[in-house]
Design a protein around this ligand. Sequence first.
Ligand code: HPA
Length: 266
Amino acid sequence: MKKTVDFIKEKTNNFQPEIGIILGSGLGELADEYCDYAIPYTEIPNFVKSTVQGHKGRLVFADISGKKIVMMQGRNHFYEGHTMEEITYPVKVMKTLGVKTLILTNAAGAVNESFKPADLMIIKDHINFMGTNPLIGKNDDTLGERFPDMSEIYKKNLIELSKKCAKDLCIDIKEGVYWANSGPSYETPAEINMIRILGGDAVGMSTVPEAIVGNYCGLNILGISCITNAASCTEGSKLSHEEVIEAAAKAKTKFKALIIKLIQSL
Ligand code: HPA
């Protein structure tokens, strides 16, 4: 960790971010528009490089409205074959750099039938169905406790603030439970049905490991999903990664406006 953090501090002239944002599939444009320093993951000691389409794979530092921000433009996923420890390492790095608030974003399939592609959903809670947990293994007591409380991962004050920001921007925002599968295959109609019955509103393949680790090390977390498709709820409706990226592109203007407004309000 010291090696990673020293490298980043040197490259960024000792930039001290207070807000961290992980930008999901198709939502990375914010980091193109606001970028004071950028470091490709490949250059950062102990980072793994991102392999999925639609992800750039760099850490971007920017001052937005006087707030110091670090953004992950592209994230690593469990389905790429990385370990849970590898994919959540950047969250620990952000914490060590001084981040207090972490905004997690992703592209997700709608399970709730009232959601449609290009809707934004505030994550009010999650269900971890990835079959593992990023905190398995020896605990580092300097970061967090062995058995972390999970009663309010996604902070109520941040949820309320997001709703207010969305209202001010006339964005119709949804709220729901994010269900995480490991992927990389999308869900079958029977699985979507199960997720709905068990309380999921949207389904994706990320975010939950980062939320677990962020909560564990004391970060205030906000999660926002961009609904990119009706998860395969009707038999015969085909789903592709291209469709997901396309829908995220449709939502990106309001997504960016919301994130900027949030940053200004924090
Ligand atoms: N399922 C899982 N992950 C996803 C989906 C989906 O339908 N859409 C975007 N990411």
